[in-house]
Design a protein around this ligand. Structure first.
Ligand code: PHE
Length: 445
């Protein structure tokens, strides 16, 4: 049977952008910008995306499309009888760990949509808003029910396959997402006092640069572009042979960055306009924004819209995580796609329930001093992704021969490949050194 693939440039793009644009852009990026000095963080982030992450994304596409395989098999094909397959396995484990907390946050977005629809025509009670978030995340049953619904949605999409599932739904959701973020941004930048928020985002204060800011920016770039765990290897294996990988990676990285900046512009001006500190942290979109929605004209409608945006962004990323594991299981165990997705989803429900409970009743159960939720988050984003990224650049830059890499980069010599030398230099020297720096920092700290 012919392997499923995306239908063309736009089809691949909506899927890769769908994977990249997620809670990382709308929830993590704005609060990191707030905590790390505003514009200066954005500048560094942009530089890292261009010189480190873009080459890694191209490398992941190359590995995937060269082998037309899931992330584990891909390494085994390119490096038979070596332990390189382990990099793929670690990627599958990372995908699973990310799902275990990502789907919980996905569940919260559903709860917020539900509640903002119910309150669409009533006057929200500002004092109650603060406590709502804590009540939700600490309760034992409600967030788990929403998480299960979220996982169910993701499973149904992935069960339908690449073209008829992932691509089809991304085609519908991504343009809608873009439109909604733009509308929300316009609302935010036209609030009185929004200028302070805008200048916070565009006027860099270079004296704020320190290693912590550098590392936060690099980690965020990895997470936001879905790199270092085989997600882009798996999607790469569904890219038709005629598509230009560099162009795809560039467009994906730029779109993801555009979304992050739009999200910053949708959130920061509102935050400043209401005199709230930008350093609020992870609660920014769940605690601070509802307070703002409660006070602006048509706020109820913008609230529904915002949580719908979060949900769409989260689900198109969740399906890419689920696909990493699904591709591996179906191809490894020769299992039917639907069966594989059902089994994996059931396992995710178990782990996600534990991480949801760890916000409330299981609060005191700690792994290495962290709650289950924080443990999954920390292990995947701070350890597994950078390790995966480092392994991938070593693999493509030093282990693979140059000619297959060049072949895939230029579609067997049919593209000019003017940028190949720059790409190869970045992948061999710049990226490994930069990533090694994060890992060293992690160990010393
Ligand atoms: N990139 C996604 C986001 O920004 C998260 C993600 C990470 C998805 C790794 C897939 C793989 O929310």
């Amino acid at each position: 049977m012919k392997r499923d693939e995306f239908s063309g440039f736009f089809g691949v793009l909506v899927a890769t952008v769908g994977s990249a644009v997620g809670l990382g852009n709308l929830w993590r990026f704005p609060y990191l910008v707030g905590q790390n000095g505003g514009a200066v963080f954005i500048f560094i982030y942009l530089a890292f995306v261009l010189v480190i992450c873009l080459p890694i994304m191209i490398s992941e596409f190359i590995i995937g499309r060269r082998t037309l395989s899931n992330t584990v098999k891909a390494f085994q094909i390119l490096a038979p009888r070596t332990p390189w397959g382990a990099v793929g396995i670690v990627g599958v484990v990372a995908a699973f760990c990310i799902m275990a907390f990502y789907t919980v946050v996905g569940g919260w977005t559903l709860d917020y949509i539900f509640r903002s629809v119910i309150h669409l025509f009533s006057k929200p009670d500002i004092t109650a808003i603060e406590s709502q978030f804590t009540t939700l995340v600490t309760s034992p049953v409600r967030p788990i029910l929403w998480t299960v619904i979220f996982i169910l949605f993701s499973a149904l999409i992935v069960m339908s396959g690449i073209k008829k599932g992932i691509e089809k739904y991304s085609r519908i959701m991504m343009p809608f997402l873009f439109l909604m973020v733009v509308i929300l941004m316009i609302r935010s930048i036209t609030l009185p006092g929004a200028e302070k928020g805008i200048s916070f985002l565009v006027k860099p204060d270079f004296s704020k640069i320190n290693t912590q800011v550098l590392l936060a920016a690099l980690g965020q770039a990895f997470f936001s572009l879905s790199l270092g765990m085989g997600c882009m290897i798996t999607y790469g294996s569904y890219i038709p042979k005629r598509e230009n990988l560099t162009k795809l990676a560039f467009t994906t990285a730029m779109s993801d960055t555009l979304f992050a900046i739009l999200a910053g512009l949708a959130i920061m001006p509102a935050v400043f306009s209401f005199g709230i500190s930008p350093q609020e942290g992870p609660g920014l979109v769940f605690i601070v924004l509802p307070r703002i929605f409660a006070q602006i004209p048509l706020g109820n409608i913008f609230a529904v819209m915002f949580y719908l945006i979060l949900f769409i962004a989260a689900i198109t990323s969740a399906i890419s995580l689920l696909e990493v594991v699904t591709a591996y299981i179906t191809e490894r165990l020769k299992m039917k796609r639907k069966t594989a997705v059902a089994i994996i989803s059931a396992l995710v429900v178990v782990c996600a329930s534990l991480s949801s409970l760890s916000q409330g009743v299981l609060q005191d159960f700690k792994i290495l001093g962290k709650t289950i939720f924080d443990f999954f988050d920390y292990l995947s984003a701070n350890i597994l992704l950078p390790l995966g990224g480092l392994s991938i650049v070593f693999f493509v830059g030093w282990f693979m021969k140059k000619s297959p890499v060049y072949d895939e980069f230029t579609n067997q010599g049919t593209l000019k490949g003017t940028l190949f030398r720059t790409y190869y230099f970045l992948i061999r020297y710049v990226a490994p050194i930069a990533i090694a720096a994060i890992l060293v920092d992690l160990i010393v700290r």
